[in-house]
Each structure stands twice: as structure tokens, then as C-alpha cells.
Design a protein around this ligand. Structure first.
Ligand code: FS2
Ligand code: SF4
Length: 543
């Protein structure tokens, strides 16, 4: 196997014997071949669009197929075999319907009949370096594909909530097809990667419309970190629709529902927080589930990434749904009209002991998405003008297990009292429960939401730039980002597409960025790795 798509890749260069994430060589090979098959489907969908033929099933499948290969989403080999077959069948049917002639590369892929054959095919068409390959072209093509995995995740989430745009799908297909265009040089491939950032902005905008349209704009909300005596369900991942359906089905049964990881910000949505049994937040970020899940006395539902190998008794009480999967873990499938029956999760919660007594462990505030923050824009602008707020930091991104990630805790702890920290995604668990106080009633630590809410942070930055009549780069705002998986790649490409400069990125740089590609990014965007010391970076930023 060869996989280097995420930040924890082995030795900072590539997982070759087994994934640090728990992905085995067989699943890695199947994910490679699903990606290859989906690129082929994208090539044909792109050609079909030139002939005016659009297939909504293909559009949705391309996104789901790419999302399934995102880090920590699906580890179930059986499902990948089915999807590879579906991708090829959809491609052939669409080519015939649109009259698309034979196309080269993935568009003419014939999958092997068995898993061993697919594994052999992945050695040719997977991500491993090949003899004679140009390292910079390879780097840019892989950056594009990994970025598209992130875009696909957002587009899939948005589609679940009824937000779709045929033009977005057209651009995804076009970008997939472009990865196979051998005539493109370094400049065109760089432009292609940045185009992914532009495409991603639209995908995130659709998801924002889906989440806020269905569940309302998040409002500042205090979320208990303790628990109530009673039966319990823990919901992790990112999918709000799954949570909404589970809340409806578990109401009035003596069960309290808790969030884990990236689900924390969902407590701020009016249409979710209206449920009295939607109680609080349990635990921290995804990489701590090995310890936190066995200690949870109820059922657990994983709606999306990041799932890890179930430890202790977790395997007996965890369920997956949507694209997330782990071999042997019961999966709640989608029924007609997108409805899911979470009965097995509820029954499991009722059979488990639950929490014996109430426990108060304090609380955290969530709900500072674009509507809430811009609702007090006048106050914020006034505080900047009077000098009460001297600087904003966006300390955002993924969490992970590396000790170097303590940098982010230290960074936030050391930000001066006249600065405000905006945060989003699971990296916030490094500091989410710190009391940073407030500046004239504006909390110094503002949780904008999930990694899926990066659009909200971008809108806040753009609105502030508008209010001060300057560009985002001219604002007293510094972005200190942590990355782990491919949604973070897509967001980073969006920030670069928007011309944002001076981003600090850590805890390490992507293994798939070649030295020459990195130089282009540094020269054009002044992107830099975080240093070993938060003090040093704070000093450099604040002068
Ligand atoms: Fe965190 Fe994991 Fe959110 Fe990423 S829960 S690192 O895939 O999606 O951010
Ligand atoms: Fe390794 Fe990350 Fe790939 Fe998993 S997703 S196999 S940890 S590079």
C-alpha cells in the first residue's frame, strides 16, 4: 500500500505497511481503485455535460465515492468492492446515454473480478510513486485529488440537506478530468489546485445554506460538559441531519443525547437545541475515542469521520451510518426519503446502564458562527477602533495525536488579553475549555463551529474587511491552522484562492507537497510552517 494523504502519515512520507489510522493494505488498495473509478466516472460526466447530458445520480455518486476515501471515514472492504462496481456501471451507462466515445485512462478502467486482482491494479493506478514520474506534477495532481475529496465531503453533506448546484458538480467533474490531462504543465496544474479552492468555496456555501436553512443560525449557547443521571447516546462525526433524526426518535424515552468531537457546535442550532433531552458534550477530539468511548455508559453513533478501531467494549455499543463504516460494526442504512431508523441505537442505549448520577463538569460556549458574530459587528468594530481589540487570531483546523499539537494550546493560552481567538474544527479541543475572559462583553474565545463551518469564518473575515474598507490581508487577523485530513486541504486551497497570505500551518507540512510546489506556495502566499515555539510565533505576528 501507499497512502500519504493525511498529516499522520508514517515517518512523514507515506504509510506503506499499514495505515497509522488503522487502514489495512487491502482497504487502502480498494480506496485507491474506487478513486480511480470515480475519476473515470468524472471524465465521462465531464464529456457528457459538453453534450448537454447531466445525470444527478452520477453527480451524487462522484461526491459520495470521493468522500468515502477521506481519512477515517470507511474501513469496510466489502463496501468498497460494491462501490467500485457501481462507479464503473454508472460510467458505462452514462457514456452510452450521452454518446461519449472511448476515453483514455480511468475512463476505460475495467475492475478486476476479485479483491486480489483489485489490489494488483492499485499497484499501477494507486498513489505510489512510479518510475519516471515528474515529482512536481504528481504533487499537484495529488493535491488536486485530495482537495477534491474534501470538496466532495462538503458537497455530500450539503446534498443530504437538499442543497445542490449542477454547476458545482460540473466543476468537480471537470477538475477530475483535468487530473488526467497529460498536456498540463506546472503552471496549469497549480491553477487547477487553486481552482479546487474556488470550487470548495461554493460547496461550503451550499452546506452553510443547508445547515442554517434547516436548523437555523447558531446562537451563543452554553453546553454542559458533565452529564445527567439516565440512559445515554453519544453522537460523533459531523452530520446534523442524522443528529436531528436521532433526537426526534429518542425523545421521551428517558435518554439524554450527548455530542462528541465535531458535534459540539450543533448545540447552538435552534432546531436541535429545542430538544430538552439534547443535554451536553462528552469527551474531546476524535483521537481520544479509544479512551473516551469505552468509558461512555451508553450507545454511540458515528455519523461521519473520524472513526478509529473500536477499543474495549466499544465494538458492542457503537453504530455507523452514512458513509462511515468499520467492518463488523452495525450500520444504520438510509431508508426511503433519506429517513433512517435509529431504533437499534436507542434499544442499545436502553439496555446499557447509562449514567448513575448527575455530574457537573462546567460548561463551554458555542454558537459564534457568522450570524451571531456579525450581529455584534458594530461592537467589534468599535472595540478595534478604540484599541480594546488589537488583533484577531483564527486558530483552527483538525486535531490529531502528535505531541507537536500542544503548540496550539500554548498559542491560545499566551494570546494577549487585548486579542480575540476565533476557532473551528476539532483542533479546538486543545483549548476549548480555557476561560479567556471577554473584552467589553465580547468573549475572547469564539467557537465558530465544525470544520464544516469554515465558510462562516471566511464570511466573518470578509465582512470585517468590508467594514474597515480594506482587504482580508490588511486586517489585524492572523491564521494559525492545524491540518489533518483532506477537508483541511480543501479549506487551505480556498484560502489561497481568496488570496489570503501569511497562513501558519502545522503541525507538519503535507508529505504530498514537493519542495518545488512548496516554494511556489511560499513565494506566492507567504505560507509558513508553525515554529517550534508559540511564543516566537506570537512575537513575530504581534511585532
Ligand atoms: Fe476532525 Fe476528523 Fe472535522 Fe477532520 S473529526 S480531523 O476528519 O473533519 O476536522
Ligand atoms: Fe496513513 Fe493517513 Fe493514509 Fe491512514 S489516511 S493510511 S494514516 S496517510
Amino acid at each position: 500500500m501507499f497512502c500519504y494523504q493525511c498529516e499522520q502519515t508514517a515517518k512523514g512520507s507515506g504509510c506503506t505497511v499499514g495505515g497509522v489510522c488503522g487502514k489495512n493494505p487491502q482497504v487502502a488498495a480498494l480506496q485507491d481503485m474506487l478513486t480511480y473509478a470515480v475519476i473515470g466516472l468524472g471524465q465521462v460526466a465531464h464529456a457528457a455535460r459538453q453534450k448537454g447530458v447531466i445525470d444527478p445520480e452520477v453527480d451524487r455518486f462522484v461526491c459520495a465515492g470521493l468522500f468515502a476515501t477521506l481519512t477515517n471515514v470507511d474501513f469496510d472492504p466489502d463496501r468498497f468492492v460494491v462501490w467500485i462496481g457501481q462507479a464503473v456501471a454508472l460510467r458505462k451507462a452514462l457514456a452510452q446515454k450521452a454518446g461519449v466515445g472511448p476515453l483514455p485512462g480511468p475512463a476505460s478502467f475495467e475492475p478486476a473480478a476479485d479483491v486480489a486482482g483489485l489490489e494488483a491494479q492499485s499497484k499501477i493506478w494507486g498513489f505510489a510513486p512510479l518510475e519516471g514520474q515528474d515529482p512536481d506534477a504528481r504533487s499537484l495532481i495529488h493535491l488536486t485529488i485530495f482537495g477534491l475529496r474534501g470538496v466532495a465531503a462538503y458537497a455530500d453533506h450539503a446534498a443530504i440537506l437538499g442543497q445542490e448546484d449542477p454547476e458545482l458538480y460540473a466543476q468537480i467533474h471537470a477538475a477530475l478530468a483535468a487530473t488526467q490531462d497529460t498536456t498540463l504543465g506546472a503552471a496549469e496544474l497549480t491553477a487547477l489546485a487553486l481552482k479546487v479552492g474556488e470550487i470548495n468555496l461554493r460547496a461550503m456555501e451550499l452546506l452553510d445554506a443547508g445547515n442554517t436553512g434547516r436548523f437555523g443560525h447558531p446562537v451563543p449557547t452554553s453546553v454542559p460538559l458533565g452529564h445527567k443521571a439516565g440512559k445515554a447516546i453519544l453522537v460523533s462525526g459531523h452530520d446534523l441531519e442524522d443528529l436531528a433524526q436521532l433526537l426526534e426518535q429518542s425523545a421521551g424515552k428517558g435518554i439524554f443525547v450527548y455530542t462528541h468531537g465535531e458535534m459540539l457546535p450543533t448545540h447552538g442550532y435552534p432546531e436541535l437545541k429545542k430538544h430538552p433531552h439534547f443535554y451536553g458534550h462528552y469527551g474531546t477530539a476524535w483521537q481520544n475515542q479509544g479512551k473516551e468511548f469505552p468509558e461512555f455508559p451508553g450507545a454511540i453513533l458515528m455519523t461521519t469521520n473520524c472513526i478509529q478501531r473500536p477499543k474495549g467494549d466499544t465494538g458492542e455499543k457503537i453504530f455507523t451510518t452514512g458513509l462511515v463504516g468499520w467492518p463488523g460494526v452495525p450500520h444504520i442504512a438510509e431508508g426511503p426519503g433519506g429517513k433512517k431508523d435509529f431504533g437499534p441505537v436507542i434499544e442499545k442505549a436502553l439496555a446499557l446502564p447509562g449514567f448513575a448520577a448527575d455530574e457537573d463538569k462546567g460548561s463551554v460556549m458555542v454558537g459564534f458562527a457568522r450570524n451571531a458574530v456579525l450581529g455584534v459587528a458594530d461592537k467589534i468594530i468599535e472595540a478595534v477602533k478604540s484599541g480594546a481589540i488589537k488583533h484577531f487570531f483564527l486558530v483552527a483546523g483538525c486535531d490529531g495525536a502528535k505531541p507537536g499539537r500542544n503548540y496550539y494550546t500554548e498559542f491560545v493560552e499566551k494570546t494577549p488579553a487585548d486579542t480575540v481567538v476565533l476557532t473551528l474544527a476539532c483542533g479546538k479541543f486543545r483549548f476549548f475549555d480555557k476561560n479567556l475572559g471577554d473584552i467589553g462583553g465580547i468573549p475572547r474565545l469564539l467557537d465558530v463551529g465544525q470544520c464544516n463551518d469554515a465558510y462562516s469564518a471566511i464570511q466573518i473575515a470578509v465582512a470585517l474587511a468590508g467594514a474597515f474598507n480594506c482587504g482580508v490581508n490588511d486586517l489585524p487577523l492572523s491564521m494559525v491552522l492545524s491540518w489533518y485530513e483532506q477537508k483541511a486541504c480543501a479549506i487551505l486551497l480556498t484560502l489561497l484562492h481568496l488570496g489570503i497570505k501569511g497562513i501558519r500551518l502545522g503541525p507538519s507540512l503535507p508529505a504530498f507537497i514537493s519542495p518545488n510546489v512548496l516554494k511556489v506556495l511560499v513565494d506566492n502566499f507567504d505560507i509558513k510552517p508553525i515554529s517550534a515555539s508559540a511564543d516566537e510565533d506570537l512575537k513575530a505576528i504581534l511585532g
